[in-house]
Design a protein around this ligand. Structure first.
Ligand code: ZN
Ligand code: ZN
Ligand code: ZN
Length: 108
């Protein structure tokens, strides 16, 4: 959800932290060890990278593994976690980013 982060005061995508009761953005949430939560994926206490659709906390590793966050990669056409996007917003997976988009960048 969009809202004002109680820590940095910026209008961002924020989450209410159940433990601290604060509404914070992802950046501030990750910085604060108080907000580390038991990851829904690996069950380890880690900084929360994101919340899934059911509001369960996910660490960075598990977040990238979450199939709901996958998109069809523009490069290879497979459903992959989005590593980056090109200028017009097409998703590029990690694998395709390496050879193709880096080569393009260095060629300029
Ligand atoms: Zn913040
Ligand atoms: Zn995890
Ligand atoms: Zn790809």
């Amino acid at each position: 959800m969009k809202g004002i982060c109680e820590v940095c005061g910026k209008t961002k995508t924020v989450h209410k932290n159940q433990k601290t009761g604060k509404t914070v953005c992802g950046v501030c949430c990750r910085k604060d060890p108080e907000t580390h939560q038991k990851c829904f994926g690996c069950k380890e206490k880690k900084p929360v990278a994101a919340y899934n659709d059911s509001g369960e906390p996910l660490c960075k590793k598990c977040y990238h593994r979450d199939p709901t966050l996958y998109e069809k990669c523009f490069g290879c056409g497979n459903d992959k976690p989005v590593h980056t996007r090109d200028k017009i917003g097409r998703p590029i997976c990690h694998t395709c980013y390496q050879p193709r988009w880096r080569a393009q960048k260095s060629a300029v």
